[in-house]
Design a protein around this ligand. Sequence first.
Ligand SMILES: [Fe+2]
Length: 360
Amino acid sequence: MITARNGHTKVAICAVVALLMVSMTATSLSMAEPAGKPESFTLFAVGDIGLDQLPRKNTNRYQYDKVAQLISENDPDAFLVLGDAQHNDGEIEDYLAYYDTYFNPLKDITYPVTGNHDYYVSDSADGYFEYFGTLENCAVPDMVLEETLEGVNLGYYSFDVGSWHIVALNSYLPHQCNMTDDLMPEEGSAALAQYNWLEKDLAEHSGEEYVGTIALMHHPLYDWELYYRCEWISWFDLSTQVHMWELFHEYEIDMVLSGHNHNYQRWAPQDPYGNYDPDGVRQFVVGTGGAYLWQFPPETPLDCAGEYPHGIPVDTLNNLEHVEEDYFGALELTLSEEGYEYAFVTVDGDILDKGAVICD
Ligand SMILES: [Fe+2]
């Protein structure tokens, strides 16, 4: 047992035991377990999925049918939707006409979070909550609809997978409120309600019975593009999520799974301010769900990165360990009592990034 900062106690500290940044072809994702090995769970996670046109043979767009097929064929225990399940935008009619056509067979294992395209429909993301708020389309409609403020759905909830705890967050709520000078949400806001809920939830799920914790939220705090295009700093407005990352770090959660940028990024463990920290939080960006891909721009970083509101150092970019910009696919996670394994798997079955992390 390790005593963490601020007196919080957490049972497990995870460390990388192997990081294999390789390109290789996988014919099967099945992981044979030797006799006596504790039970493990397989999860697939991806965001930025459906478009308002049916799939077609375009190498850079409309491949969400193949992503659905990849996940279905691997028969995981859970499918984590990392936001923006339906573009442009998340009207209920488009959810039913496009996303649902290919992803409804996964409904019994689907755990979603909201994305910004859900809120482009309305300030209360009506299409998202109408779709995922029913058992016809989601494993946990009651949890999706559980948290409300003045009659408006907020969309955050948590659940367990084996000995792992998962918090599903609404990263759009901070965008809807004013922030204090220290980047806390204003009093009475939905974002502050989420912050208070998150702190309580993490405190209640950090005991010895848990191996690790995962957070799901559509907007990544760290994004490769952020450091290359000054205008993205204000457009993404990612600084509004620092307060949640401070809780992640305080309670020593293991990883954050995000989307939003339509590519794959694996970051080294960091503290909330972009400093490398071997005991920090690892972030994955998996926005490769089939809508369209965004390639990384070729230009060098711009000076404005150093002016980011909460002072993320420019050399934070050094913490970006692996990127893929040309492939649709999903992140496969295998959670066990010992730690976790991860792999970025393309729709063609190629594994472009993989590794294993053990938790003491
Ligand atoms: Fe997004």
